[in-house]
Design a protein around this ligand. Structure first.
Ligand SMILES: NC(=O)c1ccc[n+]([C@@H]2O[C@H](COP(=O)([O-])OP(=O)(O)OC[C@H]3O[C@@H](n4cnc5c(N)ncnc54)[C@H](OP(=O)(O)O)[C@@H]3O)[C@@H](O)[C@H]2O)c1
Length: 263
């Protein structure tokens, strides 16, 4: 199936590793040109080099912290300076820390709010005018299954991410007339560096080995395994594509059946 993404310009946030990188790679494989960003310059440049080598697509790397408003403006400015516009925005950011109501400080709540929700608000505010003008756009935000089914240890994530789902739904209603689709993806447990780190923290809080913790988590996943980053990347590419032109306002679980209930 031709996804119709050849020549489209995509900004993929927080993409030197993990789900962001997998999304960038999947889009580049379909012929999209990319602007990718993360905080560590060396790492984002290396990822740009790898994706270009694998796909031949043009990839521009920007050192940026999506928790900072000025860095968000910088990413969008570099995208428009280099490629003229933005067709596809993939919102993504590092995940907030674990903790509970007594251990998480006001500062951590504020930082998580800025990084998780406000990064999406600010990025979307910058690119939406370009999409309205060209009457074509795709905004896909990577959130988490905990936005639908809270996990006790992931209090910041479970409290703040539902805001992204609400915001996406409102925006999808408002801008469908401009041929802009706005969706979120809610990943389950996907093997990335973050997942490895989280597993270590959660295992130690339960006084378990990481291996036993992962085995206990896997028991709850009907697919019988954790997901792979490319299983998120390929869904991002599909939602960004011409083929998904009538899908908007959806919060798509990609979790091997982990989340219970009818969503
Ligand atoms: N993996 C899972 O199972 C899973 C499940 C549900 C939800 N999620 C969520 O999906 C998101 C991505 O997770 P992941 O597993 O791909 O994480 P990861 O493997 O740790 O990768 C995180 C990426 O984000 C970049 N990054 C982190 N903070 C940033 C910031 N402030 N500004 C710009 N870039 C930043 C990192 O690069 P630099 O260090 O260079 O900045 C890296 O490229 C997180 O919000 C996570 O909570 C993940």
């Amino acid at each position: 199936m031709d996804l119709g993404l050849r020549g489209k310009i995509a900004v993929v946030c927080a993409s030197s590793e993990g789900l962001g990188k997998a999304s960038a790679l999947a889009l580049a494989k379909e012929g999209a040109k990319l602007v990718i960003c993360s905080r560590r310059e060396k790492s984002i440049r290396e990822t740009a080099r790898q994706i270009h080598e694998l796909t031949g697509s043009e990839v521009h790397a920007v050192e940026a912290d999506v928790g900072k408003p000025s860095d968000i403006s910088k990413v969008v400015k570099e995208a428009t300076d280099k490629f003229g516009t933005v067709h596809i925005l993939v919102n993504n950011a590092g995940g907030p820390p674990t903790g509970d109501i007594f251990t998480l400080s006001d500062e951590q709540w504020q930082k998580a709010h800025d990084l998780t929700l406000m990064s999406m608000v600010r990025m979307t505010r910058e690119v939406l005018p370009l999409m309205i003008e060209q009457k074509w756009g795709r905004i896909i935000s990577i959130t988490s299954f905990v936005a639908k089914q809270p996990a006790d240890e992931l209090m910041l994530s479970a409290s703040i991410r539902p805001g992204i789902l609400g915001l996406s739904k409102i925006l999808s209603n408002q801008y469908a007339k401009d041929n802009i689709t706005i969706n979120t993806i809610c990943p389950g447990n996907i093997f990335t560096k973050r997942q490895e780190e989280l597993s270590k923290t959660r295992a130690s809080s339960k006084q378990m080995s990481v291996e036993d913790f992962i085995a206990s988590q896997t028991k709850n996943i009907p697919a019988g395994r954790y997901g792979k980053p490319e299983e998120i990347g390929e869904i991002v590419a599909f939602l960004a594509s011409e083929r998904a032109s009538y899908i908007s306002g959806v919060n798509l679980l990609v979790d091997g059946g982990l989340t219970k209930g009818i969503h």
